[in-house]
Design a protein around this ligand. Structure first.
Ligand code: NAP
Length: 323
């Protein structure tokens, strides 16, 4: 057995990160296209010094206990880290890292893509081409809503929220409203953005896009009363986490035209079952959590995760710590 530190990587990630880890560590990579089951994950982390985890891996007390005292670092291959019990890691002196910034543009692009796709009825329009519904140029079919000069409400004006707001401001001359924990004077100055209460944002916005982390405060932030506050012409976009929306309430709101449409990159659960009622709606676009899915972003994330692991194993501060 090698005397190198042992690292478990719970999915195949780009070689640019794995190669970096393999130079210094004994690396085991979970090779399958689906995540390890819980019992397998527990088995794999036993005796590990470092972990590279995905948002589908719940890293809690039992994982930490099973890994044992040798565990020094958990490097999440994501910017969101709601899958990790950070407090439990801290108690044990296990460092936790994530992969911010490198995926900001890719994710903001997907939010813009979903906003356009939902606004312009892409789901039923594209389906009609395939299923023979496209009989002729039709003056009254697939009528969407326009973006220019409208108001966008960004819930969580952090890295991705700001990048999305820049696209909305620069591309379509939108007015930007936002919520965040703290004021963002740079965005106020550069984008003419205005921080408002959530209720005002919901009532005033033509497009509402979610960019906050999933926390106790944001779980089901968008519930039935919140949806009822939105304009009947409004489009809701979620590239944050599925649980930020009460999905049953969203289904009802879309079905009853309480809002115009929604575009979702994240759902509850993931993957969304193919018989989910959301998928039966023509005014809902759903993507399989592809916000960061560009070669550039995923490669960068692999390097950052590897650097986090190597720093943690060496007892150094992580280059990309959470919190
Ligand atoms: P970030 O820079 O930390 O931004 C999060 C923003 O949310 C911050 O501005 C924060 O305010 C704000 N916020 C926190 N709690 C809030 C609340 N209760 N109400 C309103 N705003 C709140 O994070 P990021 O890098 O932009 O990433 C945001 C999230 O996107 C991640 O947590 C992750 O879940 C998701 N994500 C998804 C994908 C995907 O593939 N779909 C990819 C990357 C990230 P303050 O700045 O004032 O603290």
């Amino acid at each position: 057995m090698s005397d190198k530190p042992r690292v478990f990587v719970s999915r195949v990630i780009p070689d640019v990160g794995l190669d970096r880890l393999r130079e210094h560590c004994d690396v085991e990579v979970w090779p399958k296209p689906t995540p390890p089951r819980r019992d397998t994950l527990l088995d794999k982390v036993r005796g590990c010094h470092g972990l590279v985890t995905m948002l589908s891996d719940k890293i809690d007390e039992s994982v930490l206990n099973t890994a044992g005292d040798g565990l020094k670092v958990v490097a999440n291959y994501a910017v969101g880290y709601n899958n990790i019990d950070v407090a439990a890691c801290r108690e044990r002196g296990v460092a936790v890292g994530n992969t911010p910034d490198v995926l900001t543009d890719a994710t903001a692009d997907v939010a813009a893509l979903l906003m356009l796709a939902a606004a312009r009825c892409v789901t039923p329009a594209a389906a009609s081409v395939r299923d023979g519904g496209w009989k002729t140029w039709a003056p009254m079919d697939h009528l969407g809503v326009e973006l220019v000069g409208k108001t966008v409400g960004v819930i969580g004006l952090g890295r991705i929220g700001r990048a999305f707001a820049e696209r909305c401001r620069g591309g379509w001359g939108m007015n930007v409203l936002y919520t965040a924990n703290s004021p963002k004077p740079d965005a106020d100055r550069d984008l003419g953005a205005r921080r408002v209460e959530l209720d005002e944002l919901l009532a005033e916005s033509d497009f509402v896009s979610l960019h906050c982390p999933l926390t106790e405060a944001t779980a089901h932030l968008i519930d039935a009363p919140a949806l009822a506050r939105m304009k009947p012409t409004a489009v809701l976009v979620n590239t944050a986490r599925g649980e930020v929306i009460d999905q049953e309430a969203l289904h009802a709101a879309l079905k009853e035209n309480v809002i115009f449409a929604a575009g979702l990159d994240v759902t509850t659960p993931e993957p969304l079952p193919t018989d989910s009622p959301l998928l039966g709606l023509s005014n809902c676009v759903v993507l399989p959590h592809i916000g960061s899915a560009t070669r550039h972003a995923r490669g960068g994330m692999a390097i950052m995760a590897a650097d986090n692991v190597l720093a943690g194993l060496a007892g150094h501060p992580l280059p990309h710590p959470v919190g």
